[in-house]
Design a protein around this ligand. Structure first.
Ligand SMILES: Cc1cc2nc3c(=O)[nH]c(=O)nc-3n(C[C@H](O)[C@H](O)[C@H](O)COP(=O)(O)OP(=O)(O)OC[C@H]3O[C@@H](n4cnc5c(N)ncnc54)[C@H](O)[C@@H]3O)c2cc1C
Length: 428
């Protein structure tokens, strides 16, 4: 990292839009600084979009604590044996080719009035614009008996990495006739169809390996879920009798989970599984909350729907899962789309680039079988102070097998393209 340069710039009075009128020599040396915290689909996309759209115009620093990013998207297919673990992991090394400095550290503190953040090593980074994209935190305590220690026995696998591998190991150990229990979270949470795709991919893994007598029970916190009719139709067709979904009006609520006996006690009954997958409720990552960017009531970060600018600080943008993004679901696709809108707004702020009407999109594909995927999606625009759905689509029940196979191909293509938009063309 070029700390001397940062110091020099500070002495020179800081960078910013005003300096763009400076003589050419100075302009070449002093560039507005954009610091991005979090290198997921939100943060990595905004970094690469700015660098590609405006080469050398910004000093871009991406702060991400992990050296490799493991995608949650695609991880259910790893459970099913349809992807290998390494294919989910991506390095940030290609970003250097675009002039992006990547610092693998945790960002700890923000002094928003002085526009500076401090990393765990005490390195201070000053910024003209800060992008905060820390994803979600899991509210372990909202599931009685669950905590990070219990997650070593009853994995959540809702943050990809070691938890994903643990879930796969436990799934591999399930014997024919044994039970799997999934506790699904209340809204809003990342990837609304994710728990049900996970149940489908677990059923695929079990059935295709001669364990079709195993049972999967989903104890949900919700009365209905994303793409419900499509999943239920697919479960009936592909895994008859294997997956049972129970809403809270049937199970009466989770009273206690016990990691030792792998039991979930509900008002209705005790459910014991060889594998118990607990997916707790969620809220914006702690970094956004500690930096006072979240609404303390909801736990999510309010944003201007035109730009993804924080409603609480003009110099800060919050994108991805941490943002309260109106009708947009929390997904990697949404995060990537929001990142483009934020990048445009940052370029307009700091370079005077034209402001274009924001277009926000999402598509979530879900795999039900090896050759069977469904999708839901939409287009969103700012309306009455909120990101509002203006058009939507969803796969139809009873679709032709060829249509479902095509959707599998689309989702594989999307994975390659989002990875290229995060880590550079060489990553796909
Ligand atoms: C099982 C599963 C399946 C999914 N499938 C899909 C799918 O098919 N399609 C889809 O669109 N979405 C899918 N998703 C959702 C998707 O993974 C998330 O919506 C997306 O990752 C959100 O991106 P983000 O950048 O906001 O946050 P994240 O991807 O969570 O990235 C946040 C990053 O910030 C870093 N970070 C946080 N705080 C700090 C700090 N203080 N300092 C430094 N670094 C920090 C973290 O290490 C992390 O890398 C799925 C999710 C799950 C769990």
């Amino acid at each position: 990292m070029n700390l001397d340069r940062r110091r020099l710039l500070k002495v020179a009075g800081g960078a910013g839009a005003g300096l763009l009128a400076a003589p050419t020599l100075l302009r070449a040396q002093i560039r507005p600084k954009v610091v991005i915290v979090g290198g997921g689909p939100a943060g990595a996309t905004v970094a690469l979009t700015l660098a590609q759209a405006h080469p050398d115009a910004f000093e871009i620093t991406l702060v991400e604590e992990n050296e490799l990013y493991t995608t949650c998207f695609g991880s259910n297919m790893y459970l099913a044996g349809l992807r290998d673990f390494e294919s989910l992991r991506h390095s940030y090394s290609g970003l250097a080719d675009f002039g992006i400095e990547v610092i693998h550290e945790r960002a700890l503190l923000a002094n928003r009035s002085e526009k500076v953040i401090t990393l765990i090593s005490r390195t201070r980074l000053d910024y003209d614009r800060l992008v905060v994209a820390p994803g979600v935190d899991l509210l372990y305590e909202q599931v009685p008996g669950y905590n990070p220690q219990a997650a070593k026995l009853m994995p959540h696998a809702w943050k990809a990495g070691p938890q994903t591998r643990l879930l796969r190991q436990q799934l591999d150990a399930v014997k024919d006739g044994e039970a799997v229990v999934i506790v699904a979270p209340p809204d809003p949470y990342k990837c609304p169809p994710g728990p049900y795709e996970r149940a489908s991919m677990m059923a695929h893994a079990l059935k295709s390996s001669g364990r079709g007598g195993a049972r999967i029970v989903i104890l949900d916190a919700k009365e209905k879920f994303s793409k419900q009719a499509l999943f239920m139709e697919g479960w009936q067709a592909l895994y008859p009798g294997m997956i049972e979904w129970l809403p809270p009006s049937v199970h009466g609520g989770i009273e206690l989970v016990d990691p030792v006996t792998k039991t979930v006690a509900t008002d209705l009954d005790l459910f014991t599984g060889t594998l118990v997958n607990i997916i707790p409720a969620q809220r914006a990552g702690v970094t956004a909350r500690e930096w006072d960017l979240a609404d303390p009531e909801t736990g999510w970060c309010p944003v201007d729907p035109e730009t993804m600018r924080s409603a609480l600080d003009e110099a800060v943008f919050v994108i991805g899962d941490a943002a309260a993004a109106g009708d947009m679901p929390k997904s990697a696709f949404s995060a990537n789309s929001q990142a483009r809108v934020a990048a445009m707004a940052i370029a307009a702020d700091l370079l005077g680039a034209p402001r274009i009407e924001p277009f926000l999109f999402n598509t979530c594909w879900s795999r039900i079988g090896a050759e069977d995927a469904v999708k839901v999606g939409g287009r969103y625009m700012p309306k009455e102070g909120k990101i509002t759905s203006v058009a939507s689509f969803v796969s139809a029940p009873g679709e032709d097998a060829a249509v479902r196979r095509r959707a599998v191909g689309e989702s594989d293509d999307w994975y390659r393209s989002i990875v290229a938009e995060m880590f550079g063309p060489g990553a796909a």
